[in-house]
Design a protein around this ligand. Sequence first.
Ligand code: C2E
Ligand code: MG
Ligand code: MG
Length: 960
Amino acid sequence: MARNLEDFIKQNYKKAIERHEIQAYFQPVIRTSSRKLCSFEALARWIDPELGMIYPDEFIPVLEKERAIHRLDAAILRQACARIRSSITKGETPIPISVNLSRLDFTLCDIFSVADQVVSDYQIPHDFIYFEITESVMAEEQEMLKGIVDRFRSAGFQIWMDDFGSAYSSLNALKEFSFDEIKLDMRFLHPFNLRAKRIATAVVEMAKSIDIHTLVEGVETEEQFRYLRNVGCEKVQGYYFGKPAPYEEALARLQEKGIGTEAPHERRYYDEIGRIDFLSAVPFMTREEHDTITTARQLNSIPLALAEFASDSFSVLFYNSAFEETASGTELFSIALDQEMLSQPQPYYLLSDKLINLIDSVKTGGDGRMLFTSNEEYFEVKARCMTKSREKYCVLIQLTNLTRDTQSENTAYLDEFVRRINDIFDRITLMNVRDNLIRPLNTTTKEDLLSGRYGIRERVREYAEKYIYPDDRAEFLRQFNPQTALDRFAVNGCVSFSELFRTSVGHGQYAWMEYTLLKIDRDNYFLLMRNVHETVTGFLRKNKVKVDGDGYFTPSHLWNNLLRSNLLRLFWKDRDRRFVGASQAFLDYYGFTSIEEILGKNDEEVGWHVHPEAYMNDEFQVINEGETIHFMPGLCMNEGENKEILASKTPLYDANGEIRGLLGFFIDRELLTVNDRRGTEIPRRDLLTGLLNSRGISEEATVFRDEYYMRGADFVRVHIMINDFNAYNEQFGFDFGDKILNSLGNALKEGFGHTCAVGRHAGLEFVVLHQVKDEKEAHEICKKVKAIGDSVRQVDGVPVTLYLSVGCSLFSESHNLKEQSKRCELRLHADRDHTVSAQSSLAHASEIFRLFDSLPFSYCVYHVSRERTDEADDAVICYVNHKFEEVGGASSGEVFGGSVRELYPYVGEEWFANVKRAAWNDEKAEGILTGAPDGKRYRYTARQIICPGYVAVTYQEEKS
Ligand code: C2E
Ligand code: MG
Ligand code: MG
């Protein structure tokens, strides 16, 4: 490099970054299976007014030498975030962007915190930013880097390995670090000969086998593109699809080429497809099976295809040569297979009905299998749904020619056998005790279509819990425990035995079924099931076998039925008021999964009453005085609200007549009133989330207020809102928006459920009421709310990042419910202004501000926070022009984001009041600023700019 260029770079890079002369250019990354844009890579370009374009190869080494590269990387990240922010704000499809990190970033600063701060300044969902790290980063200081990489990843950012294969340590790095994606260095492809192809193939295959996505850089021809697509490479980047260009230009060029943009909800779908190891049969094999296959040739010889099914068309995404060869002899697929037609929609009539049925049957999960004959040969088709999106799903298909495949002789034999006994039995299951495999061979139900699963004992247990009548379960498990069964065969020398069990036939009904275990050979057994209900009940009737004792139900029978039913919410406690037992209906009402959760606890320990004392007293009355209490009204926390219940309790006497505890039940008052008034009642619940609605919340609030006055228990009200919620609505549709609200609602309910009231009002705001001791605890609650927001990472399989605004107020602050709610709103908006509007407006504004760069007087833009009771007003610097830098003696980089109170302590309250008035009331405000270090007086004028909260201030020297 010319000496003087290097010097130029050294002297000017700071200014160039500040003045946006170093800009991010964007190069498209294309998804091979859909040929759509899936992300951009941001690449730095220095556009000097005199020298013109300077490329990264020239300035990056210099910045690294100057140990300033992290400033560039942060600036490029900021520009990338601003782009995404502006798409979100404008309601356009935001496109994920990858940015490059230099290996020095990791030592020059706390790069994770720097990056995370920028991303949250702009409130960008974390799955929209990817970080590329060159493999040479990995060499030194491995442990430290590993920690940082893990921090990025656990915060939901993807980390990509850039230039894979350009240095000798690539494979090592892959072993040491967890990456989401590798970018194959473009040198792999040049020249694009057989060797290049083989290497690319092997790397793609290897990456998939360790669950890493693949991208190849430097793709320049259609030939390269097709080859890479066919070996399963997921994404490509290169001049063939577009050179790096300014954002709008890059988008326009793609549009000219007819390349669309992937919607955010499609991303997960395609990522799942990308995981599929096309080149091998791994998807249909178990680990064990796979491990016995050692050569790639063996794997590649398994015929596989991948196809996508939408409501009115399907498209084949991929098939390997083995599939093509096998399918060519059949009528089943031949028309649909054609390299030219890959990814193109085709009509359903090209597929046989049988095949469509098979595909339908796996839509909801599981494997499907189908046999068919063609030209007197026997074929098997296996299908599995690999991933789904809203409008389509993707199925992997394996085709086997059974006639030729000698290994499948057994399968053919079994299949023949199955057909004959098919008519007699409702369900035929094959158990292979050697491999511990259970495989339904034929069933009348569609759900568990023929999928083989490991672990006979666990599967049998699962089955018993789901289908066998509770009283018969233990016996069923005893009989069909593989060990007992084998023993039975050994001891008796028999080849089969049968037992009767009542089995669920849906709708809560059970029918008598006969289960037969039939030995086929040493390892294989059939478990056969058939319905013998008629015969058995007939037999029972004929032989006058009464269901119970005298033809009536015994007390224990009644009791067991009562506990199982959802008729009564029953519970019983010992003398210390600790739970000893409860009915299923009771547990269901409170959402307990088992009695264990409350066993041995009293009400206070379960923590569900706002004022447990009331109950404590009447329980003591029951236990100590032997009283029975009828329909005592009270409140308890359930599903995030105070429920009015009517509880009845009576003493429990033992055989000696001593009180040993109490027996009680309760009813939900709401249910009674609903029944009474038949819908005249105004609903308290929000239909979408099942949380309280506005009315429900205000009723709850009065309960909390009464508690405050009666017992002095203070409570906090928290208002919660999702920032950018509308962007989600626009990007994913209103249904998805509803799902987000639902997820957050559920998360809040789960996080707080038993201890407070949770509701939703005004469409997208949530409210939490919670008893607290003091302000500190109130802030803990707010923190918990934000943490709950963070915990919602996926909605309907789509990754999301929810940024929440929160405002809270204690009842004791105002002693007035209305006032409390108003304070919450104000603080909520302050919280929001602080983040969203500030950054989103800035993203738009930074372009405009540059117009003021060379004004002859000082010009500065501030963001002023609205009144927050806990803080004094401050103004944050968003922009300063050159004159301001000159007068103030500090560069914009140094003051940007800084607070006026900290930077300029001499600025008086009058200035703050004026600036705030301008920012929020849209009035022009003027004044004189004194006390500056240069001793001069400045006349300033402040006006609102862009949106409320922002103010532009000019300073002119006042000559006296
Ligand atoms: P990279 O991250 O591997 O970026 C890919 C480079 O390949 C880019 O060069 C791009 O213009 C070029 N390229 C893309 N497609 C093709 C193609 O089909 N054929 C050919 N011959 N080249 C293609 P660029 O923009 O000059 O960047 C060079 C390197 O500079 C980047 O390599 C990256 O390591 C570094 N770099 C660029 N911007 C930044 C940045 O903001 N921060 C850091 N730390 N490094 C950066
Ligand atoms: Mg890169
Ligand atoms: Mg690269």
